[in-house]
Design a binder for this molecule. Sequence first.
Ligand SMILES: Nc1ncnc2c1ncn2[C@@H]1O[C@H](COP(=O)(O)OP(=O)(O)OP(=O)(O)O)[C@@H](O)[C@H]1O
Length: 225
Amino acid sequence: MSALLEVRGLVKTYGSGDAATHVLRGLTLALEKGEMAALLGASGSGKSTLLTILGTLMQPTSGSYTMLGQDLLAAGDAQLTQFRNKHIGFVFQFHNLLPDFTALENVLFPTAVREGRETAAARTRGRDLLARMGLADRIDFPTANLSGGQKQRVAVARALMNAPELVLADEPTGNLDRASAMQVMALIAQINAEEGTTFLISTHDDTIAGLCRRRVLVKDGVVTG
Ligand SMILES: Nc1ncnc2c1ncn2[C@@H]1O[C@H](COP(=O)(O)OP(=O)(O)OP(=O)(O)O)[C@@H](O)[C@H]1O
């Protein structure tokens, strides 16, 4: 495996003065290409903060961040947007799907908006991903009519649409029952094995963490294990 990303000495402080919350206190973490890692830590330890910074959606207070050889803290907004669209996928606990649109439209939407058009190749990839998520018979269903587990599988397919090197998942199984959670994790593991996509998955659930090959524990603002 080779290096995908590295953050060093990451500090994130929200607010200032008496109201300051010191969340990350010099955190260092490297992820290799093809890793599947669980991100663990008590509530409020900074997991979402770290995922948001890794996703280039927020700047740290200080520290360094390189991914695929690029210094992402030196990049401008337009450059970051382009980098994020190409290389990073996101899955959240609340999937943010458009309920009136079909599963396929939801998967294609971000790519179509970015490119200003919807290509045949994109439709083929979207259909293929939904089929691999076990949703071949739900491709043309409005997502409002899908179960929670099915919706989350659509969200995983959407995150994978551009074949990103990195997928950041913030409690992706947090509101699913055990069977659906295990199904989503099995599909993530399959994509990890087949496409070499790196996953960093925050979770409070030991069983979910046990399905990942590596555990990253955040405590007192640093990685402790
Ligand atoms: N925008 C913000 N402004 C001020 N404080 C914030 C902001 N976002 C998060 N925090 C604080 O930073 C700390 C870390 O929050 P974060 O959401 O990163 O933790 P977490 O580990 O993801 O928690 P959980 O497991 O409960 O989701 C918390 O104390 C939170 O209240």
